[in-house]
Design a protein around this ligand. Structure first.
Ligand code: ADP
Length: 160
């Protein structure tokens, strides 16, 4: 059984992330999606809110399981018997960061490899941060995020 592990902040989950999950679910028998809970990072949505949104969005993909990350990615991989970390690549601008992260993980766990899926062209300019910014300025986020996420964003903005 091939097990993959897709970590991220998902603040919030976008169609770009979903594309990676759907394609990753075809590559692996089981794909874990780990929502980070980095308390040092300022996020629009709390860890619990991000977790619930990811769960809702991927609920129909049978071999995907979502949970809150509580430790290092490679430690989770060991616990779950995941052999591969899955990451998405948009433009060359992602490369430096992902290169550093991959090599760091490789240093601490040489047996766990990272695989990359290149985003679909239409999502290559899509990031959680641009969705957040668009929302803050009253723009329509519906082309970029699933309906449940749009509702959550609208609520967040209305309560500000
Ligand atoms: P992190 O804080 O770990 O970068 P993100 O939630 O921003 O978390 O991203 C998680 C992963 O999803 C990263 O590998 C990122 O490159 C990828 N990703 C984000 N947006 C897209 C997109 N539009 N298309 C493909 N991959 C994406």
């Amino acid at each position: 059984m091939k097990i993959g592990f897709y970590p991220g902040s998902f603040d919030p989950i976008t169609f770009g992330h979903l594309d990676i999950v759907e394609r990753g679910a075809k590559l692996f028998d089981k794909l874990y999606v780990a929502v980070s809970a980095n308390p040092n990072k300022t996020t629009m949505f709390s860890a619990k809110e991000r977790l619930d949104l990811v769960k809702e969005v991927v609920k129909d993909i049978k071999n995907v399981e979502v949970f809150q990350a509580t430790k290092l990615t490679v430690e989770h991989c060991r616990d779950l018997h995941a052999t591969h970390i899955l990451r998405g690549l948009r433009a060359v601008t992602d490369y430096d960061y992902e290169f550093q992260l991959t090599n760091f993980n490789r240093q601490i766990a040489s047996d766990i490899d990272t695989v990359f899926l290149m985003t679909e062209g239409k999502y290559s300019y899509l990031s959680s941060s641009s969705v957040r910014e668009l929302a803050l300025f009253g723009g329509d986020v519906s082309p970029f995020v699933p309906e449940s996420v749009k509702i959550a964003i609208d609520k967040k903005i209305a309560n500000r």
